[in-house]
Design a binder for this molecule. Structure first.
Ligand code: ADE
Length: 226
């Protein structure tokens, strides 16, 4: 898979894509992630990438020309399954969307800034609009990092233990069960007995019950959806 990200502050994205699972997946050639500075495409002689909103009001709008030229340039090099705009008024991100996007070949993400982008770009160029939650970030970069991270960890080869991503919270519509590690007795606090016994069927049954109980208690809305 290849992920191209268009950003007004590309340096913001260096860290998240250099470390941990995504960093290793890139090094291993499991995924390519390229962050592009939108300024590279502006024809404005001062390098501007914003413009005033028609109708007045506070705040600026991202200029049309650099965005449209950048997307056209990248699209001339490869076909994208989706051109995604990260914006607080997009569709709220859920695991099912991440799963679906993880099957893509190429993804293009555009990070919003200022008051956003011209509605005509949203209507005619963008194929999907995603929000990572009901709060407003300073720009779409951190949202793009969240989305890309969630996608990349699902690509075969990104996670060493192949099973691990499948047992994440939300993959079966439930929160994940609790986990424990050594020591079995930590200052008198014991690990649940069943986990020490080696009876795999009993352990699976316990995990399922714990996942159900935890979901009922913390996120009953997930059970309503199911
Ligand atoms: N840009 C600003 N806030 C955002 C959010 N919550 N999700 C996606 N993009 C954003």
């Amino acid at each position: 898979m290849r992920i191209d990200i268009l950003s007004a502050v590309p340096n913001l994205l260096q860290g998240p894509f250099s470390e941990s699972i995504v960093g290793r997946a890139r090094k291993a050639g499991v995924v390519e992630v390229e962050v592009h500075d939108i300024r590279r495409w502006t024809t404005d002689k001062h390098g501007k990438i914003d413009d005033t909103p028609f109708g007045g009001g506070a705040g600026m709008v991202m200029a049309i020309q650099p965005i449209v030229d950048a997307i056209a340039d990248l699209q001339s090099q490869r076909d994208y399954d989706e051109v995604i705009y990260l914006t607080p008024d997009g569709q709220r991100l859920e695991q099912s969307t991440v799963n679906q996007l993880s099957l893509s070949g190429n993804l293009l993400m555009l990070c919003g800034h200022y008051k956003g982008i011209d509605q005509r770009i949203r209507d005619h160029v963008i194929t999907r609009e995603i929000s990572i939650g009901d709060y407003v970030l300073s720009g779409g970069e951190l949202a793009a990092a969240v989305l890309a991270d969630a996608i990349v960890r699902l690509i075969p080869g990104a996670i060493g233990d192949g099973e691990s991503a499948l047992t994440d919270s939300f993959q079966d519509g439930l929160l994940a069960p609790p986990v424990y590690t050594r020591p079995a007795d930590w200052d008198g606090r014991q690990v649940p007995e069943v986990l020490l016994g080696g009876n795999h069927a009993a352990i699976e049954e316990w995990r399922m019950q714990e996942a159900l109980e935890r979901t009922k208690r913390l996120r009953p809305d997930l059970l309503d959806e199911a």
